[in-house]
Write a protein that binds this ligand. Sequence first.
Ligand SMILES: O=C(O)CCC(=O)C(=O)O
Length: 293
Amino acid sequence: MTEAQKFPSKHQITEEQIGFWEENGYFISPSLFGEEELQQGMKHMASVFAEDYETNVPPNIRKWWAGDPETSMKNVDNAWWSDYYIRRFVLSPAIGAIASQLANTDSVRLFQDQLLHKPGIGADRPRSATVGWHQDWAYWKCTTPAHALTARISLDGEYEENGCMQVIRGSHRWGVQDGRHFFQEDADVNDIPDFRAPDGETVEAVPLILEPGGVSFHHSMTLHASTENRTDNPRRTIIAHMIPGETRYQPGTGDHAYNVAVLSAQKDSALEEGDIWEGDRFPVIYPPDAPNG
Ligand SMILES: O=C(O)CCC(=O)C(=O)O
């Protein structure tokens, strides 16, 4: 394949953008989705949270149920099992093409998706629905090498007041940190923990501002978090967590029991160290039209 065939030209990113990613551990693409798609995304996200599943298959993890407080984060993993429209977003060829260039790999698979609805709690309510500082790989030590990456598609637009995500610039180069606080819903995110930055580097939090339909990418070792949403409207994000096609299973870490069970269920024999993360439940996003096996 020539370079031109590899990436439809509008999904080809520049050497400079790849250099930015390698230095900073994040990248923001221009809007990849239009108004109609975003409206459909909101509708289908609401259906999944309401347990109305197009495929009749539930997502494999839910952390919010009807009746739970509306000020809590609504969060579901693997909604693409349940909904065809969500599937269109998280298996988007544009996202796959950009991810393959950032990760410098010939193939990209979906590791799992995530729907995130951060409620608008207004100015006065106690802090809630925050995401504490964490590195994604701290939850995914069952994947090696640690080159997974995430695309976050913003349906509403993201900015500081509605609790946009923040990253610690360059932290993907700093090794494993004390970072497993994703589920801390009352975190004071502006009080940044004492992360270990190498000599000469500083701990700098960068807000990832997104227009509606905009997509941010971050490396699985990049420290990130998000504050509460102080507006009166939800901040909704469809998230594709992706792995390079050569990613292998690393046993003994006790991490991500759900995905390990999914991988194991697709095999005839017991999982072994070094097995490739593959199969229908980890579909190929890039190259487009590749078989899933
Ligand atoms: O959107 C957020 O606030 C956090 C998302 C996140 O932690 C992730 O995509 O890894």
